[in-house]
Design a protein around this ligand. Structure first.
Ligand SMILES: [Zn+2]
Length: 207
């Protein structure tokens, strides 16, 4: 390997870009060169947007969604049905469901799925927070009526679904699943609004 034909600052950006999901080394090079040619104000705006986003957001203390305050806008919205809780793998799944405009309950973001193969157990996810939320609602006299498990239709999603059904079955009147309405392997966040809406409407109890 000879010396790099590019200044080290360009190499550093290419390296950072190539660590983004779905971006290989060639795409990273093209993006870096695009940013070299783009007006400097646009390049600085991009850098600033990344910094501002990271400096001003944090996980909602209640549901785990991306928030710019202690609690996210959904958890703060008194108009949302607090008796209905939709459990999702990631905040992006929440975004997909919100896009349908048909769901009026609240959410709980797990930050992943159980995966015995990858060594991911309940302790690595926001499971304890979920059980505490359910218990707190019951203790406050406003129990959660239904927990909709909206994990993706995948082996890990199913393991997570069954685990939650077992853990929540006794403390919540209904534990339902959305996954059956989605084609196997199809991620919620890539599904179109009509498909999500249908699986939301056709959700049913976990067998
Ligand atoms: Zn929240």
């Amino acid at each position: 390997m000879g010396a790099s034909p590019l200044p080290s600052s360009v190499e550093r950006l290419i390296e950072a870009l190539s660590r983004l999901p779905g971006v290989g080394p060639r795409t990273a090079e093209r993006l870096a060169f695009h940013l070299l040619r783009t007006p400097i104000v646009d390049a600085k705006a991009l850098a600033g947007a990344i910094t501002t986003m990271r400096d001003t957001t944090r996980p909602c203390v209640e549901c785990g969604h991306v928030a710019d305050q202690e609690r996210c806008w959904i958890c703060r919205d008194e108009g949302r049905d607090a008796g209905l809780l939709c459990v999702v793998e990631e905040a992006l799944d929440l975004v997909a469901i919100e896009r349908t405009g048909a769901y009026r309950g609240r959410y709980h973001v797990l930050n992943g799925t159980l995966s015995p193969m990858a060594g991911i157990g309940p302790g690595q996810l926001r499971m304890r927070e979920l059980f505490e939320r359910v218990a707190a609602a019951t203790a406050a006299g406003t129990p959660i009526r239904e927990v909709i498990i909206a994990t993706n239709p995948s082996p890990e999603g199913d393991v997570t679904l069954l685990y939650l059904q077992e853990r929540l079955g006794d403390s919540v009147a209904a534990v339902t699943s959305m996954a059956r309405g989605l084609p196997f392997g199809a991620d919620l966040q890539y599904a179109d609004a009509v498909t999500i809406l249908r699986s939301l409407e056709e959700r049913r109890g976990v067998e």
